[in-house]
Design a protein around this ligand. Structure first.
Ligand code: G3P
Ligand code: CA
Length: 225
């Protein structure tokens, strides 16, 4: 059962920062999950919200600010907003990277960055997993490069997610953990898809979901798995 650190190790360090991803690596995760938006000048930026208001000392939409402008703001007074490339370099293939596309526009840039790491650095495609609630963005990824593993995110509808996963030949389904039962987990797995539920933090919930034999757990507290 794979241990996947949500926004790094969000339970211990500020989400989506290099220090949070390092903490997750220190906890021997199999994978890290992160969120990506595009900056005004087309850089892939690791941040959850469409604005920088909640997590930094600045204000504004990520897609209205350049990389240089974004780098001037601070998270918890000391950390920079990382780029996706910086996280790839930190992880250095020690774990896989689950990239959640928060904007449809980021799909092409993320695919190109992954292709660069595969072609120039010899990284394996299985070190990446692109997921999104925006299934059009996932379809675009599948169209651009069918070797990149895809995870179908769903908050509400497992059957629809399963049908779409078959259609785009995804690797995995990423449901809100409240949707899962032991029976529907097995039904998804028998069709050939991994099940990676999110975001499971309480020990009681972790114990329960483990009995469903899911393939991995996305959590803010990787050391609890
Ligand atoms: O990828 C799983 C989970 O991160 C999706 O929800 O809002 O935490 O990005 P959110
Ligand atoms: Ca996410």
């Amino acid at each position: 059962m794979l241990k996947i650190g949500h926004r790094g190790a969000k339970g211990y360090e500020p989400e989506n920062t290099l220090v949070s991803f390092q903490k997750a690596l220190d906890m021997q995760v199999d994978g890290i999950e992160l969120d990506v938006h595009l900056s005004a000048d087309g850089e892939t930026i690791v941040i959850h919200d469409e604005t920088i208001d909640r997590t930094t000392n600045g204000k504004g939409f990520v897609n209205a600010l350049s990389l240089c402008e974004l780098k001037a703001f601070r998270i918890d007074e000391k950390y920079e907003i990382p780029t996706l490339k910086e996280v790839f370099d930190l992880a250095n293939q020690d774990c896989f990277i689950n990239i959640e596309l928060k904007s449809h526009e980021a799909a092409e840039k993320v695919v190109t960055l992954i292709e660069t790491y595969v072609a120039k650095k010899g990284w394996k495609y299985d070190r990446f997993l692109i997921s999104s609630f925006d299934w059009n963005a996932l379809q675009q990824v599948a169209f651009l490069n069918d070797k990149i593993p895809i995870g179908v995110l769903t908050e509400t509808d497992l059957d629809l997610a399963l049908a779409f996963a078959k259609f785009i030949r995804a690797r995995s389904i990423h449901p809100n953990f409240h949707l899962l039962t032991k029976v529907n987990t097995a039904q998804i797995q028998v069709k050939g898809f991994d099940v990676f539920p999110w975001t499971i933090n309480e020990l009681e919930d972790i114990q329960k979901i483990k009995t469903f034999n899911v393939n991995g757990i996305i959590t803010d507290f990787p050391n609890r798995i």
